[in-house]
Design a protein around this ligand. Sequence first.
Ligand SMILES: Nc1nc2[nH]c(SCC(=O)O)nc2c(=O)[nH]1
Length: 285
Amino acid sequence: TSPQLDCAGRILRLDRARVMGIVNVTPDSFSDGGAHDTTEAAVAHGLKLVEEGADLLDIGGESTRPGAAPVSVEEELRRVIPVIEQLAARTQVPISIDTFKPEVMRAAVAAGAGMINDIYGLRQEGALDAAAATGVPVVLMHMQGEPGHMQADPHYDDVVAEVHGFLVQRLFAAEMAGIAKKNLLIDLGFGFGKTTAHNMTLLARSERFLELGVPMLAGLSRKRSLGELTGRDTPSERVAASVAAHLIAVQRGARIVRVHDVAATVDALKIWQAVEAVPTPRADA
Ligand SMILES: Nc1nc2[nH]c(SCC(=O)O)nc2c(=O)[nH]1
């Protein structure tokens, strides 16, 4: 049986790379800040991404851009819960909650989310227990420092070894908290306390992380490093770079890619799947 994730009853098959569509429910991401049209716009966007071929959606209520203002639990719930309820009712794909707050994890799963995506790797107080209690798959991501200052001057002696060691520790902590290994995923955290050189080293050596034995998620979509490498200063101009980066990530072991541009990514992965489908020639042929 090929690997799969049971996302609160919605099965995500990992027989091939899957596309996670990003739905940011932050007032400045959709509308002029009105709560109602933020929910409506976010739901419409999520439905559009599913139409484009998204295999799952990632709902985020707090921007983690360096320097972004922190969001209270109450405000984050006000943003994400209505969107999760509506999308869970109107699509069949698994819904992931992008949060590091335990209260938001619990409420989001109660509202219909089937996966937790935590940029802090369950390091916040109470997060391990909250995630374990939900029983849904969890993405453990590496981050050096905190969003507010992580990009000031990232430094590693050996970025691959240090990220690997961090993820080994978080996987251990999660399993000790009662989260089954079949419910764990890892993510190298591109852009979270890394220079462009660090990000490219991690991308180049992604296969090193497959020995951890859990699916790997990759998120490079429209990120600053891609802008630096291409000279594309505006995030929406980084679609080609994002598609290229995620194709490489999949070729080097990623099973889920977290993207803004679903249609373009789905097309690129169809070419990869066509090549993957070609049988390797028999040794004696
Ligand atoms: N798992 C995971 N979750 C994320 N949430 C964000 S928010 C910043 C942005 O999209 O630019 N990035 C990531 C990522 O790379 N991996």
